[in-house]
Design a protein around this ligand. Structure first.
Ligand code: C2E
Ligand code: MG
Ligand code: MG
Length: 685
């Protein structure tokens, strides 16, 4: 049908532009023969809404008239105005058979915009996005043709507007992108976006140590839509800001609902797009949301992807530092995914680095790659930055990464990101069932008759007094200071003596045969592969190889004897999987009748055993293999030698390796206590 052949009915015409409107295009199309071929072009004014909102509707109308004339001027077919700022051109494929000609027409329309007769300030704000579909047969439904060129037009918008795109039926993204931008705002209002949580797990203890909040779009027609489908588009069109804030608020709301549960204080991280980092009020907005739900800021973590820092580095570092000043945790996400952020670590004191899953997957098959991962983890540890490895999928990866001294993983091996309800079931199972620390003072005031251990009232039946304490009850149990763990005296009647504090006593072990007059501590005191044990002891009579402390594992034991090789105390680790698996750290001479503060520490990640005396590190032993699964913990003796003779008090069990600074401080806390009467300590080194 020739360009000028069709006569439109008056009722089909758009009063504003004088072009045929939506009904016009259907009438025109219905007159075509089934085997007619046509090309369709969809033209949309970029930022038109903004012109209407800023300059008013009459200015918008005038702009529409000018643009429609401009399009008419270059058009090779019929032009229709089918919506507010949407124009469609249908071109007869028999008349214009060259695709190049159609493309040239699109170029002229786009480029000619700057010359139209209109206010230049307004013209500078707008442009045209065009979608083209070639060679459509008129036998099909017009809506299908319109949808295709409309989808191509949307693709132009995503790619930065002011351009044309040719529809390609093989490319699925055309359909989805078109729909997504139309549906996103409503979807947010309708609650189609959901918070999913993926646990971060301690690979050694299998405890849950945190979670990451990730968005999912539950689409009423398509079902679950993954972030890969929409995040990039939202970043281009700015909608990501609304989505990120929504997810952050969902995290706060969810955490508020956890009040009183064991995982109430679990830190949860959220991803924040770079767009926020340019918004000065961003930290304030986060604070307001967190405070609304009464969530401590240090339980909320902001993940910022590594690549963000390529541009505007200084500005972005200032913003992340501000987030930390507000008390939020900050992590670098996708570390190692491309851009090298090593330099960044120097300037940006982040709390956590998340190793990208691609980095793990690509690097862990070569020995060089593994060395790089190991070094990156070691460097982060030196900088006191936590490391989380993403994308852990197999037991081999768990093994490798824990050996590299990283203990936190996020990956399908433990759990996929799941809806909140499912996550809560996981958290309940993997909750923090390890108390970080147990203190047994071994003072009679923490002593209860065995039969009353569980009612918590037994303690009152004992009246502590100084000097040797003789009880009328034969068996005693000592509770940890928090009341949750028990230690039982195995032997006759325990006696007590002055402890290191003026108002406390210490247990006085009388010695005896193997396993006699000892204390059995609940093995639950140590459930981690790394541990630290601190105690005060005052040997009364020294016997070679008698232990003060003994811990039996499935695969060996560890012990501390105040006198062993050449009169020196010894921290011993036995690995029974090896014939020669004896690892002794000789400490120093511990003389009798003096109080000694002993700390022994084992780090399963670095395979390092360290002993401290009176706050000073005395010996370290490397390459000591980890023993797993504590079966028995004994104080005052072991299963080999006669028992220890002397005093013991203030026994602390930590489920992690402690460093020098910690031990030094712990020691100073004791001796600076006004009630400390442990006596002047000998300078050891
Ligand atoms: P991300 O922040 O690095 O999140 C981790 C992604 O790795 C998640 O993909 C998670 O499902 C996936 N993953 C975790 N463990 C494994 C594993 O063992 N193997 C494999 N192959 N993948 C694993 P998801 O949920 O599809 O999210 C993809 C990305 O989309 C996220 O990467 C994040 O950058 C972005 N994203 C998701 N939700 C949001 C959001 O609400 N806001 C913003 N700004 N970005 C989001
Ligand atoms: Mg992330
Ligand atoms: Mg990541």
């Amino acid at each position: 049908m020739n360009k000028n052949e069709y006569n439109f009915d008056k009722s089909d015409m758009d009063y504003l532009t004088g072009l045929p409107g939506r009904s016009g295009i259907y009438h025109y199309y219905s007159e075509l023969n089934d085997d007619d071929v046509l090309h369709a072009m969809f033209v949309d004014i970029d930022n038109f809404k903004r012109i209407n909102d800023t300059y008013g509707h009459s200015m918008g109308d005038r702009l529409l008239v000018s643009v429609s004339r401009h399009i008419m001027q270059f058009s090779l077919g019929y032009v229709f105005r089918i919506g507010g700022d949407e124009f469609v051109i249908l071109i007869d494929g028999n008349e214009v058979s060259s695709k190049e000609e159609v493309e040239q027409m699109a170029v002229s329309i786009i480029e000619g915009m700057e010359n139209i007769d209109f206010r230049k300030d307004i013209l500078s704000l707008i442009s045209l996005s065009i979608g083209i579909v070639f060679e459509q047969r008129a036998c099909q439904n017009l809506d299908d043709i319109l949808n295709r060129c409309d989808a191509a037009m949307y693709q132009s918008k995503y790619n930065g507007k002011n351009r044309y795109t040719i529809y390609n039926s093989d490319d699925k993204s055309f359909e989805i992108s078109r729909n997504i931008e139309n549906e996103m705002e409503k979807a947010l209002e309708n609650g189609e976006f959901r918070l999913y949580l993926q646990p971060k797990v301690n690979m050694i203890t299998s405890e849950i140590s945190g979670a990451e909040g990730l968005s999912r779009w539950i689409h009423p027609r398509d079902g679950l839509r993954m972030p890969a489908v929409y995040i990039q588009l939202f970043e281009k069109n700015g909608f990501i800001s609304s989505l990120d804030m929504f997810i952050f608020e969902e995290v706060c709301r969810t955490k508020a609902a956890w009040k009183g549960r064991t995982y109430e204080n679990l830190p949860v991280s959220v991803n924040m797009s770079r767009l926020h980092l340019y918004d000065r009020r961003f930290p304030e907005r986060l604070c307001a949301i967190a405070d609304k739900y009464d969530i401590p800021h240090n339980e909320l973590e902001i993940e910022i992807t590594e690549s963000v820092f390529i541009k505007d580095t200084a500005e972005l570092i200032a913003m992340t530092t501000k987030l930390q000043d507000c008390g939020f945790l900050v992590s670098i996400d996708d570390f190692g995914s491309g851009f090298s952020a090593l330099n960044l670590l120097k300037d940006l004191p982040v709390d956590t680095v998340k190793l990208d899953k691609g980095f793990l997957h690509n690097s862990s098959n070569t020995s060089r790659g593994r060395q790089v991962i190991r070094s990156v983890i070691a460097m982060c540890r030196d900088l006191k930055i936590q490391v989380v490895t993403e994308g852990i999928e197999t037991a081999e990866q768990v093994d490798f990464i824990t050996k590299c001294s990283c203990q936190t993983a996020q990956g399908f091996y433990y759990s996929q990101p799941v809806p909140v309800g499912e996550f809560e079931v996981f958290a309940e199972k993997h909750k923090e069932n390890i108390r970080r620390c147990y203190l047994f003072r071994l003072d009679p005031s923490s002593c209860v008759p065995v039969q009353n251990v569980n009612d918590g009232k037994g303690a009152s039946t004992f009246s502590p007094g100084l000097g040797t304490y003789v009880s009328t009850v034969a068996e005693k149990a000592f509770l940890s200071e928090d009341g949750s763990l028990k230690a039982v005296y195995v032997g006759g009647i325990p006696s007590f003596t002055q402890g290191i504090f003026s108002d406390r006593e210490a247990i006085m072990f009388p010695g005896g045969d193997v396993e006699q007059n000892v204390i059995e501590v609940s093995p639950n005191a140590i459930v981690n592969d790394s541990y630290t044990i601190s105690f005060w002891c005052k040997p009364a009579e020294l016997h070679n190889w008698s232990s003060i402390f003994y811990m039996k594992f499935e695969t060996g034991f560890s012990s501390f004897s105040p006198i062993a090789w050449e009169g020196e105390a010894d921290f011993r680790i036995r690995d029974s999987r090896e014939v020669n698996g004896w690892y002794d750290s000789s400490v120093c001479v511990l003389s009798e009748d003096l109080w000694w503060h002993v700390v022994i520490s084992y780090n399963a990640q670095t395979e390092m055993a360290v002993a401290f005396i009176n706050g000073e590190p005395i010996t370290r032993n490397g390459n000591v293999p980890a023993n797993r699964f504590v079966k028995r913990i004994m104080l005052g003796g072991d299963v080999f030698q006669r028992s220890y003779i002397g005093a013991l008090c203030e026994v602390l069990f930590y489920n992690e390796a402690k460093d020098y600074d910690f031990v030094k401080e712990l020691h100073l806390d004791y001796i600076n206590d006004p009630k400390y009467i442990g006596g002047k300590l000998k300078q050891l080194i």
